[in-house]
Design a protein around this ligand. Structure first.
Ligand code: KG4
Ligand code: ZN
Length: 347
C-alpha cells in the first residue's frame, strides 16, 4: 500500500510517499520560517495561504522523485489536528479532494501520533510497549504506548511546552524563531555552570513539567544586564541545561514507574543534541534503550503522517467518509483509540 502523507498543521508544508512494503519512497518539505521571521512568530493567515501555494507543487515533486503517477497512490493521510485551524483545513481539503478524485480512502491523522510513531520508521524500530517523551513547540508529554492508538498519559506540562521554553528564552536573548536551534548553537560557546537557572518541578514527585518559571528566571537575568557575547552564550547554555536536565530526569522516572526499558523521544526538541547525549549517557548507566527519529523527521514532516496513516489503515481503521472532512485544532492524544475501536474521552 502506498500512502500520500500531507502535513499542514503549522508552519511547515510536508508531503511524503510511504509504502508499507518498501518504506519511505520520497518526501518534500517547505518551511515557512523565513516568511514568519519578521513577525517573531507564526502568523496563522499567512501560514494557510502559503500551504495553498505549496501543497500541489510539493505533491508533484514527491511523485516525480518516486517515479510514480498520482494513480499509484492507494490512500491519502492528512493531519487532522491539533494545530492552526486554517492551516489544517488546507491539508484536509486537498487530501480529501485528491482521495475523492482517485476514489481512494483518506484518513485524518493526529499530528502527535505522527511524531510519536516516527522513530518506528528507523531501520531498527523499538517494539511496543515503550515510554514516549513527546517534546514539540506546543506539547511536552510522557506517554505509555502499548500499540498504535493505545496511549496512556503519564505526565505533561502544566504551562509552557519545552519547545516554547526554548523559543521564549531565545526571544528574550534577541534571537528569532525557532528558538531551539538558535539556543543550541549559541550554547556551544557557553561555559558549564557559569550561570545556574532553576530546574522547575525536578523533585515534584510526579511526571508533570512546568517551564514558565524558567522563562521568568531568564527574563530576570536579561534585565539585570548581560555583559557581552560570552554572557549571552553562558545564559543559552544554562537554558538548554535546565530544560534538558528536567526532560531526562522525568523520562528516567517514567521508565521506572512504568516498569519499561524502552524510551522513544519525538517532536521538534528531540533534535536537540544535548538531550540526545544525556539520554544516551543515562541509557548506558540504567540499561534502557532510547530511540529517536532520524534528524530530518524530528520536526514537522509529511513522512510521519503518511506512516501513521498507513499503520492505522493497515490495522483496519475506518477511512473518512468520501465527501467529508473536518479538522480538530484541539485534540488530546489520549482521546485517540486503537484502529477499529471507538474513540474514548481523554483522561
Ligand atoms: O514538532 P515541531 O516541529 O512543531 C510542533 O509541532 O510544535 O517542534 C518545533 C519546536 C520549536 O519550539 C523549536 O524551537 C524546537 O522544536 N526545536 C528545538 C530544536 N530544533 C527544534 N529545540 C531544541 N533544540 C533543537 N535542536
Ligand atoms: Zn509537530
Amino acid at each position: 500500500m502506498i500512502v500520500l502523507g500531507i502535513e499542514t498543521s503549522c508552519d511547515d508544508t510536508g508531503v511524503a510517499l510511504y509504502c508499507t512494503e518498501r518504506g519511505l519512497l520520497a518526501q518534500a518539505l517547505h518551511s515557512q520560517v523565513a516568511m514568519h521571521a519578521r513577525y517573531g512568530g507564526v502568523v496563522p493567515e499567512l501560514a494557510s495561504r502559503d500551504h495553498v501555494r505549496r501543497l500541489l507543487p510539493l505533491t508533484e515533486a514527491v511523485l516525480d522523485e518516486a517515479g510514480l503517477a498520482l494513480g499509484a497512490v492507494d490512500a491519502i493521510a492528512y493531519t487532522r489536528g491539533p494545530g492552526l485551524a486554517g492551516a489544517l483545513l488546507v491539508g484536509a481539503a486537498v487530501g480529501a479532494s485528491i482521495a475523492w478524485a482517485l476514489r481512494k480512502p483518506a484518513i485524518g491523522v493526529h499530528h502527535l501520533e505522527g511524531h510519536l510513531l516516527s522513530p518506528l520508521l528507523a531501520r531498527d524500530p523499538p517494539a511496543f510497549p515503550f515510554v514516549a517523551l513527546l517534546v514539540s513547540g506546543g506539547h511536552t508529554q510522557l506517554m505509555r504506548v502499548d500499540g498504535v492508538g493505545r496511549y496512556q498519559m503519564l505526565g505533561e506540562t502544566l504551562d509552557d511546552a519545552a519547545g516554547e521554553a526554548f523559543d521564549k528564552s531565545a526571544k528574550l536573548l534577541g534571537m528569532g524563531y525557532p528558538g531551539g536551534p538558535a539556543i543550541a548553537t549559541l550554547a556551544r560557546a557557553g561555559r558549564a555552570g557559569a550561570i545556574t537557572l532553576p530546574r522547575p518541578m525536578l523533585h515534584s514527585g510526579n511526571l508533570d513539567f512546568s517551564f514558565s518559571g524558567l522563562k521568568t528566571a531568564v527574563l530576570t537575568r536579561v534585565r539585570a544586564g548581560l555583559d557581552g557575547e560570552q554572557a549571552r552564550a553562558d545564559l543559552a547554555w544554562a537554558v538548554q541545561a535546565a530544560i534538558v536536565d528536567v526532560l531526562v530526569a522525568k523520562s528516567v522516572s517514567a521508565l521506572e514507574q512504568a516498569g519499561l526499558s524502552r524510551l522513544v523521544v519525538a517532536g521538534g526538541v528531540s533534535a536537540n543534541l544535548r538531550l540526545r547525549e544525556l539520554l544516551s549517557a543515562a541509557r548506558a548507566k540504567l540499561e534502557f534503550s532510547v530511540h529517536f527519529p532520524e534528524a530530518a523527521l524530528c520536526t514537522d514532516n509529511g513522512a510521519m503522517i503518511a506512516f501513521a496513516g498507513a499503520l492505522r489503515l493497515a490495522a483496519g481503521a475506518e477511512p473518512a467518509p468520501p465527501t467529508e472532512f473536518s479538522v480538530k485544532p484541539r485534540w488530546p492524544l489520549d482521546a485517540l483509540a486503537a484502529p477499529g475501536q471507538a474513540s474514548r474521552p481523554a483522561s
